[in-house]
Design a binder for this molecule. Structure first.
Ligand SMILES: *[C@@H]1O[C@H](CO)[C@@H](O)[C@H](O)[C@H]1NC(C)=O
Ligand SMILES: *[C@@H]1O[C@H](CO)[C@@H](O)[C@H](O)[C@H]1NC(C)=O
Length: 354
């Protein structure tokens, strides 16, 4: 909101002129960022229409303890909008202090329809939309085994610390294909113990498979894990100390591995492996209940997954299958019924706003 409302024709003109004058990309000024995104054509897909969520109000317990807001970051993309809406709805519903949630949405396009869509679905939501300048990452992406993973916006989490306001020091990053069924404040309060990231860790998963032989057989590369016990973690849910991330230059560290990948192909997936290279074995592990992932079916079309035993605070449909698609196709997996109560979708009429 803050950023988009500052968009005007004069800035656009100035931006375009500067862009013509300067051949190297500059990402620090608003005008140029706006101009940059105009050049990527906004999607013309019709926006789905959602019903309005009720107002969620703080309980008495929210009182006046001078605690900071809970900052949530997610990407915003028309193709995942239905999932994003469900995720927001789920967090509001399960929060003791829903008014304390503050959302930061990263979008790759200037798309007024997205802004009005969120506003009309959640009139009381505290949020901002930021443009993610995908030219920052476009040249650094190498083809993965899944096209969906190659979208620039999938890499936005790496740039989060640069995009959200500097006074935000901690943020919870969430994918758009999940629902939270617990009070997100419990995760927010995790003691990071000086770590830059907190997430559930999976030390029984075969870590070797995330990299290929070109990586493991080159001692110069493989030594990056020396002195660490690297474990897989899913980057679809991360508590990030953005302050530490900025000061430690983690964006550049991850980018460095993306450049290695460009030259020598050392892994097959998208944005996950370079983050593992920098941070695996060096994160704060949180309870597995905070990411029951793989519910989309682990990259195998049509395969249904069941829940792992144990308590659950977050259900994550990572993998190829998405609950809204399977439900619409009338081929839901049993697990998809848990997503339905959070679906605010009404129809796919053309939105006339914006
Ligand atoms: C929630 O937000 C209100 C208003 O900003 C603030 O006074 C209160 O301390 C917050 N409570 C918690 C538990 O974060
Ligand atoms: C782990 O994965 C690698 C590569 O896919 C495979 O060669 C290896 O046998 C696996 N190790 C175990 C213990 O399953």
């Amino acid at each position: 909101m803050a950023f988009w409302s500052s968009f005007n024709a004069l800035q656009l003109l100035v931006g375009l002129l500067l862009l013509l004058l300067l051949h190297h990309p500059i990402t620090t000024t608003t005008a140029i960022r706006v101009a940059g995104t105009i050049m990527h054509r906004p999607s013309l897909a019709p926006l789905p229409v959602f019903r309005e969520a009720p107002a969620f109000r703080n309980g008495d317990a929210c009182g006046s303890m001078a605690l900071d807001r809970i900052h949530i970051a997610m990407t915003l993309d028309i193709n995942y909008l239905r999932g994003t809406m469900a995720a927001i709805f789920s967090m509001l519903q399960h929060s003791t202090c829903p008014e304390n949630l503050s959302f930061h949405f990263l979008s790759a396009h200037f798309e007024p329809g997205l802004l009005s869509s969120i506003k009309s679905t959640f009139p009381y939501l505290n949020f901002k939309i930021y443009l993610f300048d995908s030219s920052r990452v476009r040249g650094k992406i190498s083809k993965s085994i899944r096209q969906a993973l190659d979208q620039p916006l999938n890499y936005a989490r790496i740039y989060l610390a640069d995009i959200i306001p500097e006074d935000v020091r901690r943020v919870i990053y969430l994918d758009s294909d999940l629902v939270v069924v617990d009070d997100i404040a419990k995760l927010w309060d995790v003691d990071m113990e000086e770590k830059v990231l907190a997430a559930p860790e999976y030390c029984h998963a075969n870590f070797t498979q995330y990299f290929n032989n070109a990586f493991w057989l080159d001692p110069d590369l493989a030594k990056v894990f020396e002195g660490r016990n690297p474990c897989y973690f899913n980057t679809g849910l991360m508590v990030m100390d953005v302050d530490k991330w900025r000061k430690g230059g983690y964006t550049q560290k991850v980018e460095k591995w993306m450049e290695v990948q460009k030259q020598r192909r050392i892994y097959h997936l998208g944005s996950l492996p370079p983050i593992l290279l920098v941070l695996a074995g060096n994160i704060k592990a949180v309870d597995h209940r905070w990411n029951q992932h793989g519910l989309g079916g682990d990259n195998i079309e049509g395969r249904c997954r069941s829940l792992h035993p144990g308590p659950i605070s977050l259900l994550h449909w990572s993998g190829k299958g998405k609950p809204w698609l399977r439900n619409d196709a009338r081929k839901p997996c049993p697990i998809d019924h848990l997503w339905v109560p959070y679906d605010l979708y009404r129809s796919s009429r053309h939105s006339l706003e914006g």
